[in-house]
Design a protein around this ligand. Sequence first.
Ligand code: ADP
Length: 399
Amino acid sequence: MNVLVINAGSSSLKYQLLNPETGDLLAKGLCERIGIDGKFTYKPQLPGKEKIDAADVAMPTHSEAIAAVLNALVDGKNGVVASMKEIDAVGHRVVHGGEKFARSVVINDEVMAAIEECNPLAPLHNPANIIGIKACQALMPGVPMVAVFDTAFHQTMPPVAYTYALPYEYYEKDAVRRYGFHGTSHKYVAQRAADMLGKPIESLKLISCHLGNGSSITAVDGGKSVDTSMGFTPLAGVPMGTRSGDLDAGILEYLMNKYGMDIKEMLNILNKKSGVQGVSGVSSDFRDLSNAAAEGNTRAGLAVDLFNYGVKKYIGAYAAAMGGVDAIIFTAGVGENSADQRMAIASGLEFMGVKMDEDANKVRGEERVISAADSKVKVLLIPTNEELMIAMDTAALVK
Ligand code: ADP
């Protein structure tokens, strides 16, 4: 079985064709600058097939972008499948499922309407996801499509974890609550962790640290998300590449009054000019920050420290929330690649049974136990694979 995984943004579209049964990736790529001057990349993963990296491809809308993807996949010379018949289903990443979707679903008219009702919760992302779904439906009639939501995994959170201490009617009338994001990634690594530990996921308390450009930490108890650091929007939690993470809302009024900013300008600063970029003044990329810190830039060093400290505090909080922890998982760009940051985050947690293995930790991007043999709490490095998780969910639903 082959599943096409689509992640549609407003002017870009990422895709992968995978076999969820074997985990094999057949091809992947990216359509960029849709509606501008169309850029198309195609990377077949089979031997003897040539990749495409083309600029100025006519892509006025997502339809032409998806048509370009399908043409490349079935191309006689460099394609990876013989015909469209070999694409059995499509899995669409959808950012926000609100309280309507606690799991992935086969898309029908009713589901489309419910996704549209979630648009106000993710006004930049959901409409783009919907455009991608509609373009695919038009080009692939009869092919089953599944929506996989970033928020769905977190719908198991109890009220005590998702309720904000605001007047309750804002929850009841306006759906203001913690939703959480990166759910597909947290779900994937939690399942892998159970496999690696050889224990049923129902018996495990896990803390999953998805540390990338955007970062979130999730407490997974018995396979279910019970708390997560992102909130109503992905602005909450630890400081990120350019996002502030949690902060005192009183700061908004103070700065807006002082500099005559409106809420749009303020939010632009919180989303795009804050985080480790804002503190360091150097970069949002942790590699640049480590290099700058090594050269003596103290603000770059502070930015990295602030991030690591933020993650450590969530680990402590979630261990307390679950009444213990069996394993801590590191994943995504920073979590998979930065041995130094994993060490900085996990050090000082010896009191709760975390003991790292310095040599085992000197590794990048492979599944491995990086805690010492006698560590009560296991520390795991698990590369995430959101596309594979989407393909697996899709296959399970359309079979
Ligand atoms: P996202 O999907 O949120 O855009 P990723 O999960 O791809 O982000 O993570 C990207 C981040 O990973 C980059 O900003 C970079 O700081 C970090 N990263 C990648 N490689 C390394 C590395 N070797 N050391 C430290 N950080 C790294």
